[in-house]
Design a protein around this ligand. Sequence first.
Ligand SMILES: Cc1cc2nc3c(=O)[nH]c(=O)nc-3n(C[C@H](O)[C@H](O)[C@H](O)COP(=O)(O)OP(=O)(O)OC[C@H]3O[C@@H](n4cnc5c(N)ncnc54)[C@H](O)[C@@H]3O)c2cc1C
Length: 304
Amino acid sequence: MELTTEQRQELKDVQDIRATTRRPVVAELEAAMHTPIPVLDHGFVRVVDYMGDDAAIVQAARISYGKGTKKVSEDRGLIRYLVKNRHTTPLEMCEIKLHVKMPIFVARQWVRHRMASINEVSARYSELDREFYFPDPAVMGLQDTKNRQGRTGEVGDQVATKILGDMRSQCDAAYDRYKVFLDDGLARELARMVLPLNVYTQWYWKIDLHNLLHFLSLRMDSHAQHEIRVFANVIGDLVAKWVPTAWEAFQDFRFQATTLSRQEIEYVRGHLTGAWQLPGAEVTLTPKEQEELMKKLGLSKPGS
Ligand SMILES: Cc1cc2nc3c(=O)[nH]c(=O)nc-3n(C[C@H](O)[C@H](O)[C@H](O)COP(=O)(O)OP(=O)(O)OC[C@H]3O[C@@H](n4cnc5c(N)ncnc54)[C@H](O)[C@@H]3O)c2cc1C
């Protein structure tokens, strides 16, 4: 992640700003503001602004005239109650604005989260930099045959080196061609067509806490693609600093929690009460469903 001297100066200028305010301020997030956190080879996440804190959630839930907070334990209990029972509108009172730089294929997954405001750099207006994402060999997996959307294992050092070399020359050739088109006077909006999906883009992204937690629950999940998951993890760390109590509740009731289907509940209940041993009372799950249930419960299949 390289920044130009001008960009560095711009960051220093905003980092130096000091203001007195009546707004809630979260010291830990303030300290992180305007510092780009590197993600992947050229990407970053930077906190530009935020509104609200844990207390703002409580304040909205209590429709308070003042700060709305009571004892720490009562506030924590209320936030946990809200998150547990999906009473989510008080969480929408908190918002965060991030500056994110990511490869276009990551942006394409990210943009599916519609409940956010985005302003992306225009490749019609500005020339894109010669910045491409190349994966670390350690995350260069093979096509997973079971999970068709995923990867598994590693392609191995030798194959990774060959593929990376090919990727680099392909991207260089594409960028050289892009430059030739620009030199020929072709409009930027057309010249960009030859650039691959791993070229970097950037945007400002503003979202409220409720929708952000939804985004994180999907994109920090192990099913999400590695390249978006690493961004989500960095944002998760920022949220933990920003609203620690809401984050704890999110971990307990959403992210590390699970839902069981009606059949799974009957299966577990049957096992716990011994009812499944009664003739005709057994609820059957297919072996695949049983495996899924074991996974949800953090157990491995007997004998495996
Ligand atoms: C692992 C994974 C794999 C995926 N694979 C694919 C894929 O192969 N192909 C593909 O196209 N997408 C894929 N997606 C994207 C996915 O289908 C969703 O579009 C994405 O996760 C955004 O979720 P969302 O709509 O809940 O979020 P948001 O757009 O942020 O919406 C948040 C919530 O707001 C509400 N909402 C927003 N807009 C509407 C609306 N128009 N109508 C009703 N309610 C609305 C819904 O309750 C929604 O849950 C994948 C996502 C993940 C996490």
